[in-house]
Design a protein around this ligand. Structure first.
Ligand code: SME
Length: 187
């Protein structure tokens, strides 16, 4: 099936879900995830579904929880979750994966660096990142994306970890930034 046709079908499915939510007050219980290893295709399918999943739900934690579950289900990432800015530090929020460090100072780890620099950090080998915090010794590479509030302040970071070296690319950076932008609209 051509990519255009797949995207069309996906948008159709998402719109049907929105109709379902709006008119029957029910939420679809499953994600539609293309059977491919091409992450770009998976992101193309997932992003509109995340939009539909979070539209109309005002509770931030509920939305962040579903976003982590969706990313985990779609990609099988080792760890995916949020650290929220609270009381002048980053505090663990909704996540999927092994238990993790609960608090990170703004000047510590990849998460703290991403928060302070206000930029996405792609770390192909965590052992090469000075100050990396090893919540799990199995984590080998990661990408951390800041999520801005409507005033341009960093409200949280989205942290995605892999147990494989060099597992992330510019595709993940670009698409996870789109996830972050979607969250900004929810804040
Ligand atoms: N590795 C992160 C800490 C968070 S965990 O990996 C879940 C860091 O260096 O900031």
């Amino acid at each position: 099936m051509s990519r255009v046709r797949k995207v069309f079908l996906c948008v159709l499915c998402v719109n049907l879900r929105i109709l379902c939510v709006e008119h029957f007050n029910t939420m679809a219980e499953t994600l539609l995830i293309p059977q491919t290893t091409h992450r770009q295709e998976i992101y193309d399918s997932l992003l509109p579904q995340l939009d539909a999943l979070t539209a109309g739900e005002p509770d931030l934690i509920a939305n962040l929880a579903n976003i982590t579950a969706a990313l985990k289900e779609a990609f099988g990432f080792f760890w995916v979750g949020f650290y929220l800015k609270k009381e002048e530090q980053l505090v663990l929020g909704p996540f999927q994966g092994p238990i993790a460090c609960t608090r990170i100072a703004f000047d510590k780890g990849v998460c703290g660096a991403s928060y302070s620099r206000r930029e996405t950090l792609l770390v192909p080998d965590v052992e090469q990142f000075p100050g990396h915090i090893a919540c799990s010794s199995l984590s080998r590479s990661e990408v951390v994306v800041p999520v801005f509030d409507k005033n341009g302040e960093v409200a949280m970071v989205l942290d995605v970890d892999s147990d494989q070296l060099d597992d992330f690319s510019e595709v993940d950076v670009r698409e996870l930034q789109k996830v972050a932008a979607l969250i900004t609209r929810l804040l």
